[in-house]
Design a protein around this ligand. Structure first.
Ligand code: DX5
Ligand code: ZN
Length: 214
């Protein structure tokens, strides 16, 4: 099989929110493939970030695909809000769907947006294996969700390899991604790389994105 194109999704969590429009323009011009929006509710994770209101504002100023990572409880209650705000992909955490993952996936697909499921590092693939045919993208967290700037967890690498054996959709990784860990995760089978600190922490975003593409 031809190697998959590696797609880069800068996480706005690491952007300078006092200059958000300029930061988005910077990574768009630097050649990223989508924008990763880390949504946190203070319940599923011990942090609060953005919601549909900000997604709607971002939608007006960029043509990049918006990849909404919902680190929230009861995500089914908010699928319509994020879809109507302009998200192109909506990823929910299996751990937050309380046994109704199939219903949440159906709700996402009904809005004709990309349908994703994320797993925390400690959650096994068994949570999602029965649903893979309903999923466009699996996001395997390579840190515990909640904060940017954490260290990559190499124990997730075998999980990427195992998933790639049975899933031909997008495998996204998120947390502690830099040129070294991007090489490791792509070799394991990932093809979508979320990076916040590495991209927004560098003076040259284009160079940082190219370094991640390898
Ligand atoms: C954790 C967040 C982070 C962020 C990227 O909940 O999802 O993983 O997107 O973090 P860094 O700064 O490690 O790239
Ligand atoms: Zn994320």
């Amino acid at each position: 099989m031809a190697p998959r194109k590696v797609k880069i999704a800068p996480s706005l969590l690491a952007a300078d929110f006092t200059r958000l429009a300029a930061e988005i323009e910077k990574v768009e011009k630097a050649g990223c493939d989508s924008l990763h929006l880390d949504v946190m509710d203070g319940h599923f994770v011990p942090n609060i970030t953005i919601g549909p209101f900000i997604v709607k504002a971002i939608r007006k100023i960029t043509r990049l695909p918006l990849d909404a990572h919902l680190m929230i409880e009861n995500p089914d209650r908010y699928v319509s809000s994020f879809a109507e705000a302009g998200a192109d992909h909506i990823t929910v955490h299996a751990e937050a769907c309380r046994g109704n993952l199939s219903g949440v996936l159906r709700a996402i697909r009904s809005y004709k947006v990309g349908c994703g499921v994320s797993l925390k590092p400690a959650t096994g693939l068994s949570e999602i294996l029965p649903f893979l045919s309903e999923i466009d993208m699996v996001l395997l967290m390579t840190v515990n969700p909640g904060f940017g700037g954490q260290s990559f967890m190499p124990e997730v690498l075998p999980k990427i390899t195992e998933l790639r054996k049975v899933f031909q959709g997008d495998i996204e990784v998120d947390g502690g991604i830099n040129p070294e860990t991007s090489r490791q995760t792509v070799a394991a089978g990932a093809n979508v790389l979320v990076a916040g600190t590495y991209i927004f922490g560098k003076p040259d975003a284009r160079k940082a994105i190219e370094e991640l593409r390898g």
